[in-house]
Design a protein. Structure first.
Length: 179
């Protein structure tokens, strides 16, 4: 008698498990048919003089070529291209204007047929930012700064390339003609 009851319980349990697994398969296949693929919007970019990233936004407000000896390049022996910009910090991370710029941008002049011509950072072109360029920006704060690059020549345009962090995903590039 115990064997009959035990066999009946095992049989009923087996049937219940088979029913569960088949209904589980049905629910999986029906849920798969309901998944809709939505393309991700790219929230990070560099266009129209604005680099937008998760942590920060950098907006270029002015550019200028400054020759050696002129204000902003008094001590240099090469002409420079200067960029004035605003950096906004969206997080609680310690972000300062100069580190933000240098982690996003690289400047090039395409005037060598054999190799890339990455430009070196030049002197600070605007002394009013001497003390503030390395100060941390508060969350949702915006701070102005300036940076320059030493030019190889004064005719070849400068291409500013933005990426998401050092060696990160390319965000875009813009070309600046030298006037």
């Amino acid at each position: 008698m115990k064997k009959i009851i035990l066999s009946t319980v095992i049989l009923a349990s087996s049937i219940a498990l088979v029913g569960c697994s088949s209904s589980n398969k049905d629910s999986k296949s029906s849920s798969k048919s309901q998944i809709v693929s939505v393309p991700k919007k790219n929230n990070y970019y560099f266009k129209n003089n604005v680099a937008k990233l998760h942590d920060e936004k950098i907006e270029i407000t002015k550019t200028k070529v400054i020759n050696p000896g002129e204000e902003g390049n008094q001590y240099g022996d090469k002409p420079i291209i200067a960029f004035w910009y605003k950096t906004t910090n969206y997080t609680d991370k310690k972000i300062d204007p100069i580190s933000a710029w240098e982690s996003v941008f690289e400047a090039y002049q395409d005037n060598n047929k054999n190799q890339e011509n990455k430009l070196n950072v030049g002197m600070l072109p605007d002394e009013k930012y001497l003390d503030s360029q390395t100060q941390a920006i508060k969350k949702n704060g915006t701070v102005e700064n300036a940076i320059s690059y030493e030019l190889s020549d004064t005719t070849t345009p400068v291409q500013l390339k933005a990426s998401k962090g050092i060696d990160g995903k390319a965000l875009g590039d813009q070309t600046y003609k030298l006037k």
